[in-house]
Design a protein. Sequence first.
Length: 238
Amino acid sequence: MEWLILIIVSLIASTISGIAGFGGSLILLPVLTYFIGIKAAIPVLTVAQIFGNLSRAGFGWGEIQWKAVGVFILGAIPAAWLGSYVMSIMPAVHISRIVGVLLIGLVLWRRIKKDLPPIPLRLLGLGGALSGFLSGITGVGGPVAATFFFSFQLPAGAYVASEAFTAVVTHLTKTVIYNKYSLINLDGFIRGAILGMAMIAGSWTGKQVITRIRREHFLLIVEVLLVISGLQMLWSSF
């Protein structure tokens, strides 16, 4: 029954990520934590997300914006390394609160200041650093990555595929650190891989949706999920 629940939740979570570019970890992490505890859940979730994000990137391979991806990764890799180390020695309560406020604030700002121009390419490096660090320390960096790629104003398919590829690199970096500090074992890798297989099916479903959805509806979905992500981070920090 435990596996059935986790597989179903993984499928739902990856479908949402396939549509909005993020959000899956926020759904799966609490359920995974309930069954195996937070310290074990974050590394297992990381392995599962490698499969989910790799499939999203693969389904949209021709739409990936490689220049944007390269700048983002330059900031994400060292920050994910640092965040993974910090996760092994301390809690992340205060960081979650700060990021939660920032995510909600960004959506409000976008609503007040309509027709904002795309952010400069160089700022994607800062987004990569923030996302990588948060992902390493809490297991959830997708909302921050999505915020920067979203503000870069890519088309829906390019946005999802590009963000997914950067997430693969980030999660691979985290996995190396988790393994170094014995935060994940063979059983954890197997659990993550099984959940990752379910995520591939969800990624395919999400890809079918975003090819049919209107841009204004897509933007609304992303903004709603960003607010939910921010509220969830605030709630979980108390």
